[in-house]
Design a protein around this ligand. Structure first.
Ligand SMILES: *Cc1c(COP(=O)(O)O)cnc(C)c1O
Length: 470
């Protein structure tokens, strides 16, 4: 399998190069030259596989530069009941006749980002070993991504992580989860500023090419193709658990921010998984809902981006979205370059033509939006009717899924985090605390490692220079 850029720059990459590189040189995103098609006989064969076996079958269609035995071993050591809490890895839980939850949040940090990040950490380690190289990962987080990245790389010999977070602004649980890590290769830098400030610092450091090269700086952000690929697997697993036969069709509802999670669903559908609808749910930050309803993509600036009670979906632009538009426009990289390269950077928005907009339906996408009041009501309703507690992001997915149900249709809602990460709103909605696994009973009491740093790229660079492995 070869990879090209959505913007058509003349690149021809294999998986391991794309894994380490992130963004393509022309500013586009890497995509495979084609999506392998899966027929009915293959689906029948895959139905009986364990999660790790299924993951190997799917992922190996896209990777031809890691020996099969090695890839199989990496995947088998990633998706284990010890790490993900059950033999199914992503168990399906029925809510009612028409809706079910796919539990993607039983990994080490209790958010679905572990599903991809745990594999990414192991792939990085193997590739760096092959190259005899060291990597210093620099990232910014408002909560879930940073902790998923840290738990996926803790204790690894050839990786150091420098994770910037806005000082005092993550939820108490999220802070405790990251700052309690004692591994020497993990560095928590609490920046005296907002999440945007943290992101600006990461951008400034990455733009210093000499520094970036000297210290081998890399990223783990959501545009990395390997993360998307890992996420394709649970759509297949969810489908197999929800159906007995491949003639059945189900929809998926996905709480969305950067469009990574639902983009994996799009890929599964392109491969031939019988997905009826991909239901995209946003919170008050409704950039994507607006696009799927009108064909207009208008990114917001930071003072237009609201702080909500489903904070992991508080985005101003959706970093993975370009991959879907590339497919929607018939893989016309010139048009994609015009929209994302030119129009978006000049006007912060673009509009598809009426003819292009009309194609959205044939890709199965519908969308909707959920607000704080909807979230409270959905958490409370799900608790009282089903005795199941859901987190605020998953609640957005349930709310929008219900709006799109038709007679006889069935929807799997992706559970993107456990409620214990967001205690405050859970108490507000249900009057009680969220259940807590024994493994984190004393999390807030553990000693913490965290460096408070002024909002300055130079200060961060000095810290990295002092603490990294060159
Ligand atoms: C990251 C995240 C999302 C959004 O996922 P995208 O892939 O960015 O669309 C939703 N919910 C939770 C809990 C998250 O951590």
């Amino acid at each position: 399998m070869r990879y090209v850029s959505t913007r058509g720059g003349s690149v021809d990459r294999r998986f391991s190069e794309v894994l380490m590189e992130g963004l393509a040189p022309d500013g586009g995103l890497y995509v495979p030259t084609a999506y392998p098609k899966v027929d009915d006989a293959t689906l029948r064969l895959w139905r009986g596989l364990s999660y790790a076996e299924l993951a190997f079958e799917i992922v190996s269609l896209y990777i031809d530069d890691i020996p099969a035995d090695e890839l199989r071993a990496i995947i088998a050591s990633t998706y284990t009941p010890e790490v993900f809490g059950s033999a199914q890895i992503v168990p399906l839980r029925r809510l009612d006749e028409q809706t079910a939850l796919l539990n993607l949040s039983n990994g080490p940090t209790f958010a679905f980002k572990d599903m991809a990040m745990q594999l990414l950490g192991n792939l990085f380690e193997a590739e760096l070993r092959r190259r005899g190289a060291q990597l210093n990962i620099l990232g910014a987080t408002s909560g879930d991504t940073g902790s998923a990245a840290e738990y996926a790389t803790r204790g690894k010999q050839n990786v150091q992580v420098f994770m910037l977070s806005p000082h005092g602004r993550m939820s108490p649980f999220q802070q405790a989860q990251m700052f309690s890590l004692q591994d020497k290769n993990i560095h928590n830098l609490a920046i005296e500023g907002s999440f945007d400030t943290c992101q600006d610092i990461v951008k400034a450091v990455s733009a210093d090419l000499a520094f970036k090269q000297q210290y081998n700086i890399g990223t783990v952000n959501s545009i990395n193709w390997a993360r998307l690929l890992a996420q394709v697997v649970y759509y297949f697993s969810g489908y197999f658990q929800a159906t007995i036969d491949n003639s059945e069709r189900v929809s998926f509802s996905v709480p969305s921010g950067n469009f990574g999670n639902i983009c994996a669903g799009h890929i599964a559908r392109m491969m031939g998984l019988p997905i009826e609808k991909l239901v995209l749910a946003t919170n008050e930050n409704d950039v994507l809902d607006e696009f799927f309803k009108t064909g207009r993509y208008r990114v917001r600036d930071s003072n237009e981006t609201m702080v909500t009670s489903s904070p992991s979906m508080d985005i101003s632009k959706a970093s993975n979205f370009e991959r879907f538009v590339f497919d929607l426009l018939g893989r016309d990289s010139q048009r994609v370059g015009q929209l994302f390269g030119t129009e978006l950077s000049q006007h912060s928005q673009f509009s598809l033509t009426a003819e292009e907009t009309a194609r959205i339906a044939s890709y199965g996408f519908v969308s909707g939006k959920s607000t704080h009041v909807d979230r409270l009501q959905t958490i409370s309703d799900t608790w009282h009717r089903h005795r199941i507690m859901i987190d605020p992001h998953t609640a957005d997915g349930v709310k929008v899924a219900r709006e799109h149900l038709r007679g006889g249709s069935r929807t799997i809602v992706l559970e993107t985090a456990l409620p214990l990460k967001f205690e405050h709103i859970i108490r507000e909605a249900t009057g009680r605390g969220a259940p807590r696994p024994a493994s984190v009973a004393d999390l807030e009491q553990r000693p913490r490692r965290c460096e408070i740093i002024a909002p300055s790229a130079n200060k961060v660079m000095a810290y990295i220079a002092q603490h990294c492995t060159p």
